[in-house]
Design a protein around this ligand. Sequence first.
Ligand SMILES: Nc1nc2c(c(=O)[nH]1)N[C@H]1C(S)=C(S)[C@@H](COP(=O)(O)O)O[C@H]1N2
Ligand SMILES: [Mo]
Length: 336
Amino acid sequence: MLIRLPPRHDILPSEITPEGVYLSRRKLLGGALAAGALALWPAVAGADRAGLVPAVADDPRVPAWLRRQVAARRPGSLSAPPDALTPFEDVAGYNNFYEFGTAKDDPAEQARDFVPHPWRVRIDGEVGKPLDLGLEDLLRNVTLEERIYRFRCVEAWSMVVPWTGFPLAQLLRRAEPTSRAKFVAFQTLHDPDRMPGQRSRWLRWPYVEGLRIDEAMHPLALMSVGVYGRTLPAQNGAPLRLVVPWKYGFKSIKSIVRISLVEKLPRTTWAELAPDEYGFYANVNPSVDHPRWSQKRERRLPNSLFSPNWVDTLPFNGYGDQVASLYRGMDLRRYY
Ligand SMILES: Nc1nc2c(c(=O)[nH]1)N[C@H]1C(S)=C(S)[C@@H](COP(=O)(O)O)O[C@H]1N2
Ligand SMILES: [Mo]
């Protein structure tokens, strides 16, 4: 369930304790609802608070202007879930990023020396104004905000992450999409010297993903450059990655170097590799099981010491009131 926060609040959600988050939001709820929320989200009362605000300093290899811009983020005005935040250590320590290995703790280890600066991003295809931007130009005059999103992997684990970023729509508009732009195709850096996972051929590199143009223009679709008020750790897709909170995590492509506006449905890495298991749309849907496991529930990180913290998966990951209308007339039980 999503709770709409008042549009103005003067401290950043990631700077207060989950208990504080819970209590401030609880005032917005009726008593019965609040009691239900407490039962649903046992992590709120859990013992993992100490790790929430990272003690680690931001990475000194990242340019100072970027660190300052990310740190100066403002609270987002969109709704946030009532869920407890997933500690930074899990967000930056339990990853899928096959360019840096296949085990969950590989990326943190293997991306340690990956310094994504300088960085350029091309925006091309069906646009009136193709762009080739250095990261500094890309972020010039961009107001960064903090958005707390649920993040649900197709593998049935999930997190709650305070991202820092800006709406993807803002960036796309700068390139002036033409009326023929029906889809947006994204591409990750291809550099096997710096991304050791790309030396094995089991995936077709570079990793590619895509959205329909109206999905890409939706205000929830975020370009992220930070988590927890610091610049993105390399393992989370530095310096720039997509976050689409109502879709399975594999849609949220990392370390983007190219964005192409195109007329036809673009090729996407997972749908190409295993079309029976992963679709192009990949909207979070508890009533459509993955061929090999149920999608009804998800294991919410952090892992509890004694038992996994299983919670119910919500249609569109809980963002249905904002995005369901994009899919009117589509059969959501089908695997697209
Ligand atoms: N380039 C690239 N992007 C990627 C992936 C990847 O392997 N390569 N994995 C995806 C998957 S399956 C998930 S669940 C998320 C994980 O993001 P996180 O590690 O920041 O939680 O990144 C997605 N983006
Ligand atoms: Mo995933």
